[in-house]
Design a protein around this ligand. Structure first.
Ligand code: RAT
Ligand code: ZN
Length: 414
């Protein structure tokens, strides 16, 4: 087969295969104010807040005292008008607006606002899913957030294209404080994590996995996470999370390498990255072979050992180029290396979108890089004398864009 033909098949397969986006912070329109969309939300994305604040000398308090529209005006002027919007997060806003049919040559923020004002949430969701070619959105759900709890407890049906994930960072790393929160919701917990408390943590997990129909349980972990050790985190993992995940045959997802709040004045934009301990992940998988784990790591320095670790444990599913790694140059290097070490058995990307419209750019940009790497790899195959077929390209695209993950969810480890 000619290399041009292979390239065309790959482009078509990656573009036309609908994505299962396995980690986002999106919600369906029925979640009201949780469903963020529109140009002011796009501009006040925390990635852009960090970029704006470092480009100006605005006092933090002053920034946070502004209305969202004023913040968006400042970000637009600072990053898009006074400077070239060359960063990935800036380019993302432009890709999104352009694909929605807005005239980028006008640089007229108010005309963009007028477009979004005329949209209705339900119809707009359809527009975005179609443009982004996304079939399934996996949320990040917080059962300890009073407002989010209310929505779940109301029992309203949820758009089937959205799947829940029980995100439990404080239950894992927030002792003894989280005990007060759990108590306030009726669980008989105390900060010492005794046997009653542990069984109440299990009850909390069970009730909320059930209520949300959560497809996995997730948490983010700092670079100094160690497993096992004599911390409360290890105890909660061993005595609550792993037994429940095993019983329900759902994965426990660990997102490792975030340093929370290195600059609290930046609020949500104040988190950073640090190199983590791969051996802890190795031990987690090796000593709990009846559990399924999902993993992504934030530091570029961890990526090679992470891919190697995934080769060693079939109960470990590697996904995504997370957060500060969601940039074309890094997606390319990581995806290439993962293909070389893991073949087709991982998920190259998730969007991490917080604003619905971001699906448009995050998937457009990632798809292009995944396709670029796939073209190279299939061309290399053809060069060996193997006759690459369209069927195997289509199959591979489906695996990378969601099929692998669905298969992992359905496996029972033995
Ligand atoms: O990428 C992000 O928006 C981060 O703020 C985090 O949400 C991160 O992805 C996480 O899930 O903790
Ligand atoms: Zn996230």
């Amino acid at each position: 087969m000619s290399f041009d033909q292979i390239a065309q098949w790959v482009d078509q397969a990656i573009e036309q295969t609908p994505v299962l986006d396995l980690h986002t912070h999106l919600y369906p329109p029925s979640f009201g104010g949780f469903n963020l969309w529109g140009v002011d939300e796009l501009l006040t994305y925390h990635y852009l807040i960090a970029e704006t604040i470092r480009a100006t000398d605005i006092p933090y308090d002053k920034y946070w005292s502004m209305t969202q529209q004023q913040q968006a005006d400042l970000i637009w002027k600072t990053l898009f008008i006074d400077r070239a919007p060359i960063s990935e997060a800036c380019r993302g806003v432009l890709t999104t607006l352009g694909k929605l049919g807005l005239d980028l040559s006008s640089r007229d923020l108010n005309s963009y606002r007028a477009f979004f004002k005329s949209q209705k949430p339900e119809a707009y969701l359809e527009t975005v899913l179609k443009l982004a070619n996304v079939r399934q959105i996996v949320m990040t759900n917080d059962a300890l957030d009073p407002k989010e709890r209310e929505i779940w407890l109301s029992g309203k049906p949820i758009d089937a294209r959205f799947k829940a994930v029980l995100r439990i960072d404080p239950v894992l790393v927030g002792w003894p404080k989280v005990s007060e929160t759990l108590s306030s919701f009726g669980y008989k917990t105390s900060g010492d994590l005794g046997s009653t408390t542990m069984s109440e943590v299990r009850r909390f997990l069970n009730e909320w996995i059930e209520r949300m129909k959560a497809i996995y349980v997730a948490c983010s972990l700092t670079p100094d996470w160690r497993y096992p050790d004599d911390s409360q985190t290890t105890r909660v993992i061993n005595e609550a999370i792993l037994p429940i995940c095993r019983e329900r045959n759902i994965p426990f997802a660990v997102m490792i390498g975030v340093q929370r709040q290195v600059n609290p004045q930046l609020r949500l934009a104040g988190d950073s990255v640090g190199k983590s301990d791969i051996k802890s992940l190795d031990r987690l998988c090796a000593t709990n072979q009846k559990n399924k784990f999902m993993v992504t790591m934030l530091a570029r320095e961890n990526q090679h050992e992470l891919a190697v670790t995934a080769r060693k444990h079939r109960n470990l599913f590697l996904f995504g180029c997370w957060w500060f790694l969601n940039n074309p140059s890094l997606i390319e290097e990581m995806t290439k290396m993962r293909m070389e070490l893991l073949g087709t058995s991982f998920t190259p990307q998730h969007s991490d979108a917080r604003v619905l419209d971001q699906l448009i750019y995050k998937w457009d940009h990632s798809r292009k890089v995944i396709a670029k790497v796939m073209k190279e790899k299939f061309a290399d195959l053809e060069k060996t004398g193997w006759k690459v077929t369209r069927e195997e390209i289509d199959r591979t695209a489906k695996e990378y864009l969601g099929g692998n993950f669905e298969r992992f969810l359905s496996l029972t480890p033995s």
